[in-house]
Design a protein around this ligand. Structure first.
Ligand code: NI
Length: 139
């Protein structure tokens, strides 16, 4: 969503500005404008994800113990039940016992959250995290 650049002034306490400058420098920004644009985008994504019907993408990564009885079959069955919102799945054999799976999901945020939370709740899934974003044209 490219528009024309508009300049505007921002007032804040010097102590807050110092903290802001330290934060953005730590994150690798070389100027305040780019940092503020990204921060605003992040807030808009959060708002869009939690407040609307927009298409969202989710990246779910989780680690599980493949030796837990029935877990692999359960994970596969569940993903086939939700094939319409699962774009892709990658599997990494971490070591003798553990696997890492990364699933890319596309649907309304509510649905993506529901599918991800179900997977994370399975016995044998040790740790996992869902990262949500909006489809590109929404940004
Ligand atoms: Ni594996």
């Amino acid at each position: 969503m490219k528009g024309k650049l508009v300049r505007f002034g921002v007032s804040m306490e010097d102590t807050l500005l110092d903290k802001f400058d330290r934060l953005i420098s730590k994150r690798g920004y070389t100027n305040r404008s780019e940092a503020i644009r990204d921060f605003v985008r992040n807030e808009l994504v959060e708002e869009g994800i939690h407040g609307g019907d927009a298409a969202s993408f989710g990246v779910l990564s989780f680690v599980y113990d493949h030796r837990v009885r029935g877990l692999e079959a359960k994970l596969t069955d569940f993903q086939h039940d939700h094939f319409k919102c699962i774009v892709s799945t990658s599997h990494v054999h971490i070591d003798h016992d553990n696997c890492l799976e990364v699933i890319i999901l596309k649907d309304k945020a509510e649905k993506v959250n529901e599918v991800a939370n179900r997977i994370l709740s399975y016995k044998g899934v040790k740790h996992g995290e869902l990262s949500l974003t909006l489809a590109g044209k929404e940004l």
